[in-house]
Write a protein that binds this ligand. Structure first.
Ligand SMILES: [Zn+2]
Length: 242
């Protein structure tokens, strides 16, 4: 298998850290370039702040979290909270980003997740994965083959059927540190707090796997490599195959 380059695409600045941060840290420890792309600036997540300032705060938090996880880069894709779309322009921008990075393993939200932006990003990545092989989308040379794709867990694990569970006990504390870097997101409205919410998901997936903390993933299930994403993940995270 040629060298893997990972790109995790989240809808909002804290999503990648929340749903696959432990795995990204594990991959980074193994020398795998693990990049983060953030579709929207999460502008709605900082009440009382104007959109531009809210985005600055949240992207700065995401960059700090990325440093803690060992992410190779953290890039904003230029969309806005509640406005994520899988438009041709959005697909072209993401396709060019994937081509420049040489990313061949994509991670993103599952298509049925709770937030409209998450569902839109799932559609964006799935559509871009094939579109990036075409010569008429974006400006960079087309890919020779579609990148592998795996879905990260859904919020609270709801309506998500995992195909693999990655043991992230070794990187769990770094994942929590990355989540705490999202200071503006400590509470998510009402009684819900980000860190305990993700902690309970990590324990649940860990119980299912038979370890202390785990992150769950599912294959994209579509041509041309329906299980390629999860096969790569297991080889990389558990056997250290590059
Ligand atoms: Zn989100």
């Amino acid at each position: 298998m040629p060298g893997t380059v990972v790109l995790a695409v989240g809808a909002h600045p804290d999503d990648v850290d929340a749903f696959c941060g432990g795995t990204l840290a594990l991959l980074a420890d193994r020398g795998v370039p693990a990049h983060v792309a953030i579709a929207t600036g999460g502008e709605g997540g900082v009440p009382g702040e104007p959109a531009e300032r809210a985005r600055e705060i949240r992207l700065a938090e995401a960059r700090r979290a990325g440093e803690l996880l060992g992410a190779a880069s953290v890039e904003w894709l230029g969309m806005h909270d509640q406005e994520a779309v899988a438009s041709r322009a959005a697909r072209a921008r993401l396709a060019d980003h994937v081509r420049r990075l040489g990313a061949n393993l994509l991670l993103t939200h599952p298509p049925g997740d709770y937030h409209a932006d998450h569902r839109a990003v799932a559609e964006l990545v799935l559509a871009m994965r094939i579109g990036a092989c075409a010569g008429n989308l974006g400006s960079e040379p087309p890919l020779r083959s579609a990148p592998d794709l795996a879905y990260v867990d859904a919020a609270q694990g709801l309506a998500f059927e995992p195909h693999v569970w990655i043991d992230v006990t070794a990187t769990w504390e770094r994942k929590l540190a990355a989540l705490r870097a999202h200071e503006s997101q400590r509470t998510l409205g009402g009684e819900t707090e980000l860190v305990p919410l993700i902690e309970s998901l990590g324990r649940l997936r860990g119980d299912q796997r038979g370890c202390r903390y785990a992150e769950a993933f599912a294959g994209c299930g579509t041509w041309p490599t329906p299980d390629g994403g999860i096969r790569r993940l297991v080889l990389l995270a558990e056997a250290g195959v590059p």
